[in-house]
Design a protein around this ligand. Structure first.
Ligand SMILES: *[C@@H]1O[C@H](CO)[C@@H](O)[C@H](O)[C@H]1NC(C)=O
Ligand SMILES: *[C@@H]1O[C@H](CO)[C@@H](O)[C@H](O)[C@H]1NC(C)=O
Ligand SMILES: *[C@@H]1O[C@H](CO)[C@@H](O)[C@H](O)[C@H]1NC(C)=O
Ligand SMILES: *[C@@H]1O[C@H](CO)[C@@H](O)[C@H](O)[C@H]1NC(C)=O
Ligand SMILES: *[C@@H]1O[C@H](CO)[C@@H](O)[C@H](O)[C@H]1NC(C)=O
Ligand SMILES: *[C@@H]1O[C@H](CO)[C@@H](O)[C@H](O)[C@H]1NC(C)=O
Ligand SMILES: *[C@@H]1O[C@H](CO)[C@@H](O)[C@H](O)[C@H]1NC(C)=O
Length: 410
């Protein structure tokens, strides 16, 4: 064989190996699992039903199930997950062990709204992995059931004979082998009061085979969708919707203002007269004028502006600059975790309405804050027209840029 022929064969083999590796990577990280990938859009509907009972390929959807899927289809934030083969029906009616609960509990300070919602997503996924009914008991600073109600997942069920059930409170959980064994030992306990302050256990859900397989096979939650930023909106929307009273407040605002090109900023400056007990953030002294100046320079004169802030002074300044262009959500400006129970309770409604308002924004300037980060995730195109104030305003380009905030460096 000639030299050039051999070279040619080596190149061919090299290409072949590269191709195999490339294809395996795609399959491993893609949003669909191999065993149920649907090649034609026309098989999508069958697909939804075929997943429910694995042995019964032709299961006919009940009219109730159809109506659920239709409702999901009409909620844009959930609709975006349809193409990712999430098994909505199973998520709404999970296969749980009777009388076993995991209750996300917050009855004392447990973080701001952004932090809490992120922790709820983690707790929810853990409850799925463990086949436990997921409940939420959030009573600090006052009960969230005044403002939010279950959307698809009934997290407000009551437990009969509560006092007779075995319970354990979990404050700390990591992904270590020891903690994994601990989680397995919860098996015989009826109620897990879940109060873990961070997501360091999240790797259990992603990488422990028994947990992950349950999520993947039964609920269509493939690893590529399980990273918190990808799954946040799915879980949040399945869990929560505004109660009629705050919802009517939002509807009134939508009627009064044209929200088509809403320009927004979340200006979280830290300790200030409205929030005297808050932490002091360095390098945010000029955030007030600089963010509002930026909005002014970069918006057209007919566009509506929305500023969510932890400071009355910033709000007043924005009002002076934008007059009737400024959309305001009435209510008291208070951090829900750092203001004492009474004030914080008054502030809760505004905090949550602000969170929902941000989902309408076409342009968003974030603070380095969990509230900014997770509220922004609920915009339909979270990575478009997105800026971060971080000792100056910088543009955020795409997911990888985004993921470094707010927990990483500027
Ligand atoms: C949850 O239930 C599934 C089957 O429904 C089972 O395969 C899995 O082992 C269960 N997981 C736990 C932690 O009980
Ligand atoms: C929820 O919390 C309240 C107050 O902290 C408590 O009285 C109630 O029993 C809790 N509910 C459940 C189901 O744990
Ligand atoms: C749970 O919320 C739903 C919807 O708001 C409501 O109809 C139901 O009565 C609530 N259940 C309990 C036990 O509070
Ligand atoms: C609650 O406890 C009472 C007395 O122990 C028992 O008779 C009843 O069946 C229990 N109810 C449930 C729903 O477990
Ligand atoms: C949890 O169980 C203990 C007994 O092990 C009991 O004293 C305690 O009241 C229970 N806690 C709740 C919130 O029911
Ligand atoms: C902006 O914030 C700085 C520092 O807190 C303050 O001194 C200044 O008065 C504020 N400017 C306006 C216009 O509110
Ligand atoms: C806004 O524009 C003015 C004039 O062009 C400029 O002086 C100012 O620095 C700009 N402000 C911001 C925050 O970009």
């Amino acid at each position: 064989m000639g030299r050039s022929q051999r070279l040619y064969i080596y190149i061919l083999i090299g290409f072949f190996i590269w191709f195999i590796v490339f294809i395996s990577q795609i399959l491993y990280f893609s949003s669909f699992s191999v065993h149920n990938y649907c090649w034609f859009s026309s098989c999508k509907n069958i697909f939804v039903s075929s997943q429910v009972p694995p042995n019964n390929q032709q299961k006919i959807l009940s009219s109730y199930e159809k109506s659920l899927l239709t409702r999901i289809h009409h909620q844009p934030l959930l609709q975006q997950y349809e193409s990712r083969h999430v098994n909505f029906l199973h998520l709404i009616k999970p296969s749980v062990k009777p009388n076993k609960y995991l209750i996300y509990t917050c009855n004392q300070p447990c973080g701001g709204w952004g932090d809490r919602t992120r922790k709820i997503v983690g707790a929810y996924l853990l409850s799925l992995a463990l086949n436990r009914t997921f409940l939420i008991n959030m009573t600090w600073p006052c009960s969230i059931t005044n403002l939010l109600e279950p959307n698809f997942i009934q997290w407000n069920q009551t437990i009969n004979n509560l006092s007779q059930r075995t319970n354990r409170t979990i404050d700390k959980l990591t992904s270590s082998d020891k903690d994994y064994d601990d989680v397995l030992s919860w098996k015989h306990i009826d109620i897990i009061y879940f109060k873990v302050k961070d997501l360091s256990y999240y790797r259990l859900i992603l990488w422990r085979d028994d947990f992950y397989r349950n999520l993947d096979l039964n609920y269509g939650l493939h690893r590529s969708i399980l990273f918190v930023h990808s799954i946040f909106t799915l879980v949040y929307e399945l869990l929560f919707k505004l109660k009629p009273h705050p919802q009517s407040h939002m509807d009134e605002i939508a009627e009064k203002f044209s929200l088509n090109s809403l320009q927004c900023a979340h200006i979280r400056i830290g300790k200030n007269p409205s929030n005297p007990n808050d932490v002091v953030f360095p390098k945010r002294e000029h955030m007030n004028t600089s963010v509002i100046g930026f909005l002014k320079n970069n918006s057209k004169s007919h566009e509506i502006i929305f500023v969510s802030t932890d400071s009355e002074q910033v709000h007043t300044y924005a009002k002076q600059q934008f007059h009737s262009r400024l959309l305001t959500v009435d209510g008291m400006i208070r951090h829900i975790d750092r203001s004492g129970k009474k004030f914080a309770c008054h502030g809760l409604e505004k905090t949550i309405l602000d969170f929902y308002m941000i989902s309408q924004c076409r342009t968003m300037i974030m603070s380095k804050s969990a509230f900014s980060f997770w509220a922004n995730m609920r915009r339909l195109k979270p990575y478009e027209n997105l800026y971060l104030y971080c000792d100056g305003i910088k543009k955020i380009h795409g997911t990888s840029d985004y993921d470094r905030y707010p927990y990483g460096q500027c």
